[in-house]
Design a protein around this ligand. Structure first.
Ligand code: GLU
Length: 310
């Protein structure tokens, strides 16, 4: 006979989906490899795993190392962009919004475009975002951390100085990008200041719980958010869908159908407008540079919960 252990409420059902999806993600993580691009990140344990689902109804479900602050890397580009849009809604004109297949660190793409970035999620666009945030607030890292703490002022969010230094000593490509931007007149602040802030911004650490709840303003359709105006939220989600997952954005849109952003620290964050957000941390990356376990877990969760913007 069946006992009454079947999930009943929506939250219980989502919790069951979360656990199934997490198991799926943990298995898929075995196919990836931890990023060696930043030396200080090479020692991150490949078995680390965490997943959180935040609902616009205030629910927060999680599993694994969900309080562990990990290196958010390119996930910071999303929060820095939103922090900038709070100062200047038209900042898009400086960073672009078009997809590219040239890779997130392409200097050639930048040269072809006469120094204008293609979108805010490739490194050139993100470096311009950091530059403009310095102009508006004086401190791009503090502004980004401030936005990450919007849902919880006491959340453990910091910038890891060892990771920032490690990238600073090996970040020749980003340095080249900054010089090309400056050559074409796209930077307002000194190159060294912008790069130091950019590396420190990428070195921010936060947990999946913090990231999922901090990003809820991108999912909330109940009216103008206190964080960002509605038009900006729509634009950010659109560009996340077309450009948030490196060279796999089209594949992720086709397979999962959620605006998503990933980082080489193994984090992936996806937004389901009107419902909530899901964030996974699993360090091993696939061939494109996305977290293998993170993408698999979000894919499975989205399928089970029927989350898709389409
Ligand atoms: N700090 C890294 C870089 O600029 C971030 C890369 C990423 O997560 O995509 O290369």
């Amino acid at each position: 006979m069946r006992t009454c252990t079947q999930p009943t409420s929506t939250v219980e059902l989502l919790a069951a989906h979360l656990h199934t999806a997490a198991e799926h993600g943990r298995r898929a993580a075995n196919s990836g490899a931890v990023c060696r691009h930043i030396p200080a990140l090479a020692g991150v344990p490949s078995t680390g795993f965490a997943m959180a689902v935040a609902g616009v109804d205030g629910s927060l479900l999680h599993t694994g190392d969900s309080d562990h602050p990990f290196s958010i890397q390119s996930l910071s580009k999303l929060f820095a962009l939103c922090a900038l849009l709070r100062h200047d809604r038209e900042a898009w004109n400086d960073v672009g919004w078009d997809p590219t297949t040239s890779g997130y660190g392409s200097v050639a793409d930048l040269e072809r475009n006469h120094g204008r970035p293609t979108n805010p999620f490739v490194n050139s666009g993100a470096i311009v975002v950091t530059d403009r945030l310095i102009t508006h607030s004086g401190d791009a890292v503090a502004s980004t951390i401030g936005l990450l703490r919007n849902a919880d002022a006491r959340a453990a969010v910091d910038s890891d100085i060892d990771v920032a230094r490690s990238e600073s000593s090996t970040g020749h490509r980003n340095s080249a990008i900054a010089h090309v931007l400056a050559e074409h007149g796209y930077l307002e602040n000194p190159i060294d200041v912008v790069l130091q802030q950019y590396f420190s911004q990428c070195a921010i650490t936060a947990s999946v719980k913090t990231l999922a709840t901090a990003a809820l303003f991108l999912a909330d359709r109940s009216g103008p958010s206190a964080i960002l105006d509605e038009a900006s939220v729509r634009r950010v989600n659109a560009v996340l869908l077309t450009s948030g997952m490196y060279g796999a954005a089209g594949d992720i849109a086709y397979r999962i159908g959620l605006p998503s952003k990933s980082g080489i620290g193994g984090g992936v964050l996806a937004v389901m407008p009107g419902k909530g957000t899901v964030c996974v941390w699993s360090p091993p990356l696939d061939a494109v540079g996305n977290s293998a376990g993170g993408v698999a877990a979000i894919d499975e969760f989205a399928r089970l919960a029927r989350w898709s913007v389409f």
